[in-house]
Design a binder for this molecule. Sequence first.
Ligand code: NAD
Ligand code: UGA
Length: 457
Amino acid sequence: MNIVCIGSGYVGSVTGAAFSALGYKTTVIDINESKVALLNSGQSPIYEPGLTELIRAYIGKTLFATTSYEAVKSADVIFIGVGTPSRPDGSVDLSYIKAAAGSIGKSLSRDRFTVIVNKSTVPVGTADLVSSIIEKESGLRAEHQFTVISNPEFLREGYALEDVFFPDRIIIGSVHHAAKDRMRQLYNSIVYREGYEAAAKYFYFKHNPEAPQAKYFETDTKSSEMIKYAANAFLAVKISYINEVARLCESLGANVPDVARGMGMDSRIGEKFLEVSSGWSGSCFPKDTAEFLHTSQQYGSELTLVKTAMQSNERMHAYVVEKIQHRLKSLHGKSICILGLTFKPNTDDARKTQASYIIARLIELGAHVKVHDPQGMEMFRSLNSSLSVEFCKSPQEAAEETDMVVLLTHWADYQRLDWTKVAKRMKHPFLFDTRNVLEHHEMERAGFQYEGLGLRK
Ligand code: NAD
Ligand code: UGA
């Protein structure tokens, strides 16, 4: 089977590398020449643990990268993994999807049946839209010479390889028999956890031989498209809920990590996604909740829980700033160190990160802000050029002579810091840990006045 992945971003490059490692001839197509050049030189266009090693092992063997759509002619399965950003009103901008569909249509072969797969997160009805664009451009008949199906991607940045090789579930949205057969064949080794050996030596995580088989679920195309948004919005609601509970814990003297633990012991609730933070952010939850809400409003069926979770999330960002203000009183002339600019650890992705909101607000209130992130400084700088912050080479340098350190992203590097040395370099050793990952008493022994979110005093 010949595979094509359109787009070499967080989804496309991982998908392409994974299928090439499973033995399929895989061509990644991107219009961005520098990303293609990086792939061809054995480097990853994004920071994702293990990905560079995987690309280096398969590039030129089963993995190919190009700006040309030529490989579409001999493709059996084409994954579309281009971006679907938000417009200001929350609706999704499908221009990249439409352009990719147009280019596929111009190159599609008459001589073979091709399955075109929407892996990008797209609104219900997008498979039909892509299908009609391809029909128009190619002159071929949908469902006879090609079909467009939905197969949403559920990978998390920072764990992308683990999630692609060992997913919880694979959702296929199609009622086309030949397409369903082809997808079953393609995913067989992933479902039965057989394919990992090809790539296991490049993994940074240990394979758990007891890991349950991936669930494989076939449904109609629209339900599959809906599952992706419904799942992401549900997770966002869950985090907003525990963040609200954390705020209440502070008022009542309860301890949110214990509350979350006790709640999560109920298998109906589950222990995951109950970690407190300054709010969820990143390239997916904000845009996907906005699109889901926007669609629901268009159809007169407003998703009020999603709307409230979005408002609650903004409130959480603001609450973090209020706590900083409360501790430092006036922020005028104060110097604050922000550790972590990415929306979560183990990624360089600084799109729609909570750090940009929090930092902008601190600057507005008169603070000088020094920042550090192990991987995200370049993207943060390019996306937030209007923010006047001091970028520092190390967390120690960022903390130098500051009035407070605020840990926004819980990179392992920060958890391993020699905090005693950090405290000594500061003007006032206040430490605000928005992820509750540092040990309270240990930080006090290191010389800090420590504060977390939702912690018992
Ligand atoms: P991205 O912005 O990192 O990558 C998109 C890539 O597509 C870019 O490299 C861009 O140059 C390329 N591209 C744009 N138009 C093209 C065209 N016409 N032909 C070829 N290449 C083209 O995006 P991403 O983060 O990988 O997300 C892609 C989609 O997957 C989005 O819908 C997103 O919601 C969804 N998704 C993302 C993640 C994630 O963790 N980032 C996880 C699950 C789903
Ligand atoms: C999320 C989903 O988890 C993936 O399944 C999905 O494929 C992806 O979005 C997508 O559609 O793009 P991702 O955005 O990479 O993945 O990261 P998450 O681990 O879900 O975290 C999202 C945000 O929530 C981060 O800001 C994170 O710090 C925050 N979070 C997460 C919490 O504040 N608490 C938690 O308990 C979990």
